[in-house]
Design a protein around this ligand. Structure first.
Ligand SMILES: [Zn+2]
Length: 319
């Protein structure tokens, strides 16, 4: 089951203002990872733009129209002044969301796991607005697309240091999408308390695991072993998505966690093992945050390495 990378040099064409942490150089890291993977014979595919139909499964028509209306323009897209467009951003944001759909098709046909190396990130984008550097919610578009392709249950595990408010609210009342987030709390964007567990039919399908600033590899490892792995085994998703943000890394300039590159490798190892055991190896990872370029490159190198290896079966659960 070979890993597919979905990548494009075009992700450097979304340009943010000087000093912005979600910067073009992050795309150059993606290019470096892609070159190394291709050099070893790895399979790389270019993304296709997300269709309007795929976007409308998770975003309002008004939001899709608002993003389309800034094509060709450099504008601030949110009230906080965090999220910007440049002339090509609309087109690039469509490619970022569409890349996850390419990954879904690959995984769905049993061809192996997929990793989409995209920017802008997605998990803060809500149904009707851009936020937190995110224009469209890439992972949510992919999860909803997987549902339309016949899967009845999918899970999203969000290991970005920030809570994925957009992903949570989009699926908050949906029992078919399990959303699990492990994040620094209290912190931007303010959501993600353990008491936020879903609404209506969706109660129990949102699992928030807030951690205080300064959390280490051991804290993350404990939550994976005690809570995340059992929750995924119980939910038994048919496809596992990973919102792969690497800003919990100790080198990251925005957050205050102390996760190492080895700690991130361990998280990916758990996720790949679980996806192999319960979801037939159907794992689709998509980049989110991660603003230290060295940490980003190290963590992506480890992610590619983990997902390129045959999965190990999980240790038996103890009761
Ligand atoms: Zn983040």
């Amino acid at each position: 089951m070979p890993l597919l990378l979905i990548a494009s040099e075009r992700f450097a064409d979304h340009i943010t203002p000087p000093g912005h942490p979600e910067r073009v150089e992050r795309a150059h890291v993606f290019d470096s990872i892609t070159r190394a993977f291709r050099a070893r014979g790895g399979q790389v595919m270019a993304p296709r733009p997300a269709t309007r139909e795929a976007l409308l499964a998770v975003h309002s028509a008004a939001h899709c129209d608002a993003m389309a209306s800034v094509a060709g323009e450099a504008r601030a897209l949110d009230l906080e002044g965090d999220t910007f467009s440049s002339p090509d951003s609309y087109e690039i944001a469509l490619l970022a969301a569409g890349a996850v759909c390419v990954g879904v098709d690959h995984a769905l046909h049993g061809r192996g796991p997929a990793l989409a190396l995209v920017r802008p990130p997605g998990h803060h984008a809500e149904r009707d607005h851009a936020m937190g550097f995110c224009l469209f919610n890439n992972v949510a578009v992919g999860a909803a697309y997987a549902r339309t392709r016949g899967l009845s249950r999918v899970a999203i595990v969000d290991i970005d240091v920030h809570h994925g408010n957009g992903t949570q609210w989009i699926f908050y009342e949906d029992p078919s999408v399990l959303y699990v987030s492990i994040h620094q709390y209290p912190f931007y964007p303010g959501t993600g308390a353990a008491t936020e567990t879903g609404r209506g039919d969706g109660v129990g399908a949102t699992l928030n695991l807030p951690l205080p600033a300064g959390a280490t590899d051991a804290d993350y490892d404990r939550l994976f072993r005690d809570t995340i792995n059992p929750a995924l085994a119980d939910f038994a998703p048919e496809m596992l998505f990973v919102s792969a943000g690497f800003d919990a890394h100790q080198r990251d300039p925005l957050a205050s966690m102390r996760v190492t590159t080895a700690g991130y490798r361990r998280m990916l190892d758990y996720l790949w093992t679980t996806a192999s055991a319960v979801a037939g190896g159907r794992l689709v990872a998509v980049t989110e945050g991660g603003y230290d370029l060295q940490a980003l490159e190290e963590c992506l190198t480890e992610t590619v390495d983990v997902l390129s290896a045959p999965a190990r079966m999980p240790e038996p659960r103890t009761v």
